[in-house]
Design a protein around this ligand. Sequence first.
Ligand SMILES: [Zn+2]
Length: 423
Amino acid sequence: MQPAWNPQKFRSQSSPFSSPDRGQHMQLIIRNASITGVYGTRDIAIDGGHITAIEPHIDGQADREIDAAGNCVSTGFVDSHMHLDKALVLDRYDYAQRETLAAHRITAMTESDKMKRNFTVEDVRQRSVRLARMCVAHGTTTLRSHVDIDTVVGVVDMEGVLAAKEECRGLVDIQISPYAIRGFEGQPQSEPLLRQAVEMGADLIGGVPEADDAPVAHVDRIFALANEYGLDIDFHTDQVSAARPFALPYIAEKTIAEGMQGRVMASHCRALGYVSPEEHKHVIELCARAGVNICVTPFECLHERMALPRQAGVNVSYMSDNIQDAWRAHGNGDMMLLAVFASRLTPFNSNQELDELLDMGTIGAAKSLGFADEVGVAVGKRADLMVLDAASAHEAVLYQARRQWVIKAGRIVAADGKLLEGV
Ligand SMILES: [Zn+2]
């Protein structure tokens, strides 16, 4: 069957452009911007959604001009792992119920199922759009959402998030990764539903090896589907210590064997915090060789899951994951808060390391999601930017800086934590 998915559709069309003639009318000029690695301030000219010039001073006029006044201009945040479909449902519990919600996986699954039974496409669409817009207000310009596929919701969540993606076009790019949350063993509907979701318009395919007693077979099945549809892969993996065999080594080996270097993400990887140092070293070297991207929640075991893999050359990003749902009550989509958490829980302390930390939530995450070459504060790149209320990236993390302006494809969409009127 011909898949609906088109591998090129997520990637924006790169338009040929050159520095504008001086005096030309432009979409936006950001004046007096500090840029990491550049001495002195610069003006940034933007037109057609791209950065067209970066110079000490740019003549000419634009539809909008903003003065960064020496503050840092950074690439917008890229939230590499969320669950838009399930988010923002805590208000459906009364307070006593919320008190009994446990973080335990089985309980969360049961609680989540109770919620999911009442989901409709319209409900999923509305919550997804609401959360996506919250993320934009905090500086996120691209995000990846996983979407549950099972016999409880069928493809309702998929349909709702697809509708949200359309509605948010121009505001935030959304990659959709459907995954069979209950695995395949004893779940004959999982594969047909997953195929249906992919063919509805997925950007990639998700897996969750620990949902099955035989994680290797799960991994093999997802790689086979990915090959068939020409899709990248994102595995929820090794979330629970010692509950299942450690899947990450096999994922990395399989990535190399299938020639999919750079196209596979391993999300969570909590077991990296529990395995022996020898096993840890071995698997991280394997991930670096396989170009397996790692994505973590910045709440626990960060030395093993974030710092050591990064030092070994693995591309690591951090993510919101679940927000205000049965799995996790925390969160509002603010990636800067996650960066602050990570800086407190890792050895990322020097100015250079803090700069690197912001990079992991922007360019690093973009690399994981397959479009790093399109973003950055440089001529020719997409104007997906944020102006931080700090003179540098490291100060922005230290001070949890406000996002003064958020710019998507050259359009100012948010200021001081709020979406602009009419956006
Ligand atoms: Zn997740």
